[in-house]
Design a protein around this ligand. Structure first.
Ligand code: PLP
Length: 419
């Protein structure tokens, strides 16, 4: 095997990845007789023991329904649930916990905004502006809104590197634009989008901004006030927390102005057959029993990320991305899809003459978990005129040794199909 390229920077100092790995029991798993190399972090992340413990503790010692009970256990569960809201507020640097709504995930959060914002503010002839590299979660709810209202979608294209064409963005975002919705980081390419530029273009036209932070919130420090966005969404399971819990951040005024989108318990103030009045936000948007255990797990995940430090995590992952990119350039017949100058830890690629699904299946034989397909971003894949890509996405516990194993296995796949 070729030696690693010398120009890649050394791993960041002060970040003990071997020590970090000990926190993740699943990393001790063997797959087909090999130690697991988990490189599908963009799909979901593995969980540290502290998150697993928080879930077990909740069900062992704290389980009760929230907000309604007068007894101690219910008060405790409520305290844990609201503690999670405060933990998210601090993590995203929101102004108040009232700006944080818990939902099932980023998908549900975008659906909430498309429904509530759409109902209140979008009419026939209005425009919703997206980018060409959105996840389906940030396309389909807006399409559905357009179908309901007669509004139309406008799509900002990307160039061959996978970077947003800001000139076209400036032409597209205009007086008819009601919403500009885009990802912070593209899940299929890793492109970090020009968030500040897009946000100021939108706000200059009086349009609202929704940032899909599903791929950003565990890799970059997020400050929603500095981003100046109206809405920011993310998913707990992509942040080393549990599945089934996600977050909508919305500026407080929006949550006051938007109508509720689901009805039921907890979101009301009074209910009579002739008239119902709603609770104030965020309860107004949380109908029914929430994912209390998920919220406890999310608190633990955010504490874990904050203890490691987002800038150190970002540095570590960037090192892995640069190292893997350089090593991948050593392989003939492997083409990286998405080469933005500002990228998060996602490496999408195709191998000449081998279908991406075959690459994924063969890598699995070596214990290496990557994703192959359209990554729920079909328009992105279509742009690059490939049937699918293989995607390796790095997390805070991955190592250069794992990158080496991945590259060596990939070289074997390539050789297999050459002969
Ligand atoms: N947005 C982006 C950019 C994503 O990568 C994903 C998931 O892969 C989502 C939204 C949807 O997240 P979830 O399935 O957790 O709702």
């Amino acid at each position: 095997m070729n030696a690693p390229l010398l120009h890649t920077p050394p791993p960041p100092t002060g970040y003990d990845v071997d020590r970090v790995r000990e926190d993740f029991p699943i990393l001790r798993t063997r797959v087909h007789g090999h130690p697991l190399v988990y490189l599908d972090n963009a799909a979901t992340t593995q969980k540290p023991q502290s998150v697993i413990d928080a879930l077990v503790r909740y069900y062992t010692e704290e389980n009760a329904n929230v907000h309604r009970g007068v007894y101690q256990l219910s008060a405790l569960a409520t305290e844990r649930y609201e503690e999670a809201r405060e933990a998210v507020r601090a993590y995203l640097h929101a102004q108040t916990p009232n700006e944080i709504v818990f939902l099932r995930g980023a998908t549900e959060a975008i659906n909430l905004v498309a429904n509530s914002f759409g109902k209140a503010f979008v009419r026939a002839g209005d425009e919703i502006v997206l980018t060409e590299i959105e996840h389906h979660s940030n396309i389909v709810p807006w399409q559905m809104l357009c179908a309901r209202t007669g509004a139309r979608l406008r799509i900002i294209p990307v160039d061959e590197a996978g970077e947003i064409d800001l000139k076209q963005a400036a032409e597209m975002i205009g007086p008819k634009t009601r919403m500009v919705a885009f990802s912070h980081v593209s899940n299929a390419l890793g492109t970090i989008l020009p968030v500040a530029e897009l946000t100021s273009l939108a706000h200059a036209q009086g349009a609202a901004v929704l940032i899909d932070g599903a791929q950003a919130a565990s890799h970059l420090a997020v400050d929603v006030r500095r981003l100046a966005c109206d809405f920011y969404v993310c998913s707990g399971h992509k942040m080393y927390g549990p599945t089934g819990i996600g977050v909508l951040y919305a500026r407080e005024q929006w949550l006051e102005d938007l109508p509720p989108w689901q009805g039921g318990g907890d979101m009301i103030e009074t209910v009579h057959f002739d008239k119902t009045t709603y609770a104030s936000a965020p309860a107004k948007f949380e109908a029914g029993t929430p994912n209390i255990a998920g919220a406890c797990g999310l608190t633990a995940a955010l504490r874990y990320l904050q203890t490691l430090g987002l800038s150190r995590i970002a540095h570590h992952e960037h090192d892995l991305l640069e190292y893997a990119t350089a090593r991948m350039h050593e392989l003939k017949g492997v083409r990286i899809i998405g080469q933005s100058t500002r990228k998060a830890a996602v490496l999408s690629f195709v191998v000449e003459g081998v279908h991406p699904h075959d690459v994924g299946t063969l890598l699995d034989q070596d214990g290496i978990a990557v994703r192959a397909g359209h990554h729920c971003a079909m328009p992105t894949i279509e742009h690059f005129q490939v049937p699918a890509t293989v995607r390796a996405s790095f997390g805070l516990y991955n190592t250069r040794e794992e990158v080496n194993r991945f590259i060596e296995a990939l070289a074997r796949v390539r050789e297999m199909f050459l002969t």
